[in-house]
Design a protein around this ligand. Structure first.
Ligand code: ADP
Ligand code: MG
Length: 322
């Protein structure tokens, strides 16, 4: 049976390139770029709550880092360093090899260095801390939306939630749609390049992890404003064209897409489109920030639709007990 230290050395230690001191000491040492602010965030994935214990380990490694990169994207920060705290029921080397491959391949693709963490025996649990850098004053904060701002969404929404439904109720999707939606669910591509292109250009941003209505709701609350969303402009994942009855549940209230929702002054509309084109990530103009009064969703005829935001609350009434 390999020791904890063998496991760390084999699966989580790579030559240090950006850090002054990486894995192996009591703490890592980093040299932040002078004049930049550090953006720091942590996210925990718990077996049985965020994923199935028998989930594919490579996919899990990808997703554990992807959700953290997505937080950097939503801040407009450049992700640079990550820490990984792992609790594992046993030292399963095949599992660890696949998990670390998923994690480190994505880290490499984003120029992020794994500089430390913790490895212990326990109920399967993955906790990632990520550090990034952003120019002072350019971070995309939830509290920065202003009345009159355009509201934008990147990519397409609802595919991940539709994939999750497909998994829990077999036969929902044909094989092509299933492939597409499960890819969106399991291997989200964090919109880091878009976040960077928007830093200093957009005002507020959030990544869509709990559903557009719930996550936009966080911007509205923190900014003290309201919003008017146009249902017909919301970019649905292609499979929703064949499951129109699920658009509200999946595109508006479905999580896990990890697209960005952001606001920008109406005068910067062309600049936003140029920025998105430059990083080859599509964006859609979906609504407008208005004075306080909550979130109104209007249909193609301008009539208000009554759709409640149902974001996920881990301690809310719909959340199963431990
Ligand atoms: P300590 O006893 O000081 O907490 P550990 O024995 O837990 O040190 O860890 C040894 C080294 O390995 C440290 O540099 C720690 O950051 C790193 N480390 C432990 N687990 C991981 C992991 N899963 N991924 C990356 N680095 C890790
Ligand atoms: Mg330790």
């Amino acid at each position: 049976m390999p020791s904890e230290f063998d496991l760390i050395a084999r699966f989580f230690t790579r030559p240090s390139r950006h850090a002054v001191l990486g894995v192996g000491d009591d703490a890592a040492l980093i040299e932040p770029t002078p004049g930049r602010q550090l953006a720091i965030s942590a996210d925990m994935l718990v077996a049985g709550r965020h994923f199935h214990a028998d989930a594919d380990p490579e996919t899990l490694g990808h997703k554990a880092l992807a959700v953290n990169l997505s937080d950097m994207a939503a801040m407009g920060a450049v992700p640079r360093w990550a820490l990984l705290a792992l609790a594992l029921p046993e030292a399963d080397e095949a599992w660890l090899a696949a998990f670390s491959r998923g994690f480190l391949d994505l880290a490499e693709a984003h120029g992020v260095e794994l500089i430390g963490g913790d490895t212990t025996r326990g109920p399967l649990n993955l906790s990632v801390t990520i550090l990034g850098e952003v120019e002072p004053g350019k971070a995309l904060r939830r509290d920065a939306a202003q009345v009159g701002d355009d509201i934008w969404v990147s990519g397409e929404l609802g595919g991940a939630a539709l994939g999750l439904r497909h998994l829990s109720g077999a036969g929902l999707l044909d094989s092509r749609d299933a492939l597409d939606c499960l890819e969106r669910l399991h291997r989200p591509q964090p919109r880091v390049a878009l976040g960077r292109a928007l830093a200093g250009l957009a005002r507020a941003a959030i990544d869509i992890s709990d559903g557009l209505l719930a996550d936009l709701g966080h911007i509205l609350e923190r900014s003290g404003v309201g919003a008017r969303l146009e249902l017909a402009r919301i970019p649905n994942a292609p499979a929703l064209a064949r499951h129109a009855d699920l658009i509200d549940d999946c595109a508006l209230n479905g999580g896990d897409d990890y697209e960005l929702c952001f606001t920008a002054p109406g005068t910067r509309r062309e600049a936003v489109l140029d920025a998105a084109r430059a990083v080859a990530i599509p964006v859609s103009l979906v609504g407008e920030i208005v004075h306080a009064g909550g979130l109104t969703v209007v249909d193609a005829h301008g009539a208000a639709r009554n759709i409640q935001a149902r974001g996920y609350d881990h301690f809310g009434p719909g959340s199963p007990p431990v």
